[in-house]
Design a protein around this ligand. Structure first.
Ligand code: ADP
Length: 170
């Protein structure tokens, strides 16, 4: 399993699956969520609405999978990150669950390449270094599986990019 980091816009990624930092409604929002729905088109929203009709909202830490519509990916995996607020161990566990449950869905769907944004570090205000440590730790736990061969952390801002570079070197 190869782990990469780049500074880019996740909607441009040519991978089997891109991960969306969604909200519980699954009906779109701002930030990376807005960018994915805007570029991927209505097909993604329709698929999200069908999931909502089936299961209701998506809880924090959980993930669902849809088509990627017009994007250069096969799937979008929508996961709901925790809002930092006052922080705490529970929030850290929930952020870890986002990466874990996204990877589980990827494996179930035979995804061989996946791109993650820096979940919860935008509007949800999770501290960036802690979020990066949790992301890398959770991903490393999948090193023995054989389905997902390439994981890319797609950082939008320079600060996250440099943090991931530093932490992945260690
Ligand atoms: P959250 O609500 O989970 O914090 P945001 O979308 O506000 O979600 O931010 C999550 C991360 O995604 C932030 O680090 C933000 O800079 C980044 N981001 C925003 N737009 C994009 C994009 N087009 N591609 C990749 N990352 C993005």
């Amino acid at each position: 399993m190869k782990v990469n980091v780049i500074q880019s816009d996740i909607t441009t990624m040519k991978v089997d699956a891109i991960v969306n930092a969604a909200n519980s409604s699954l009906l779109g929002g701002s930030g990376v969520d807005g960018a994915i729905h805007k570029k991927g088109g209505l097909e993604i929203l329709k698929a999200c609405q069908e999931i909502r009709n089936r299961q209701g909202k998506c809880n924090v830490g959980e993930a669902v999978i849809t088509t990627a519509g017009k994007l250069d990916a096969k799937y979008v995996i929508h996961t709901v990150g925790p809002v930092w607020n006052q922080g705490g161990k529970e929030k850290e566990k929930l952020l870890g669950n986002c990466y874990k449950n996204s990877m589980k869905l990827a494996i179930e769907n035979e995804v061989s390449s996946i791109a993650f944004p820096n979940i919860s570090t935008g509007i949800y205000k999770f501290p960036k270094e802690l979020a990066a440590q949790i992301a890398i730790h959770e991903i490393n736990r999948f090193h023995t599986q054989k389905v997902v061969k390439e994981i890319t952390f797609v950082c939008f801002d320079k600060q996250n990019f440099e943090l991931y570079l530093k932490l992945l070197k260690q």
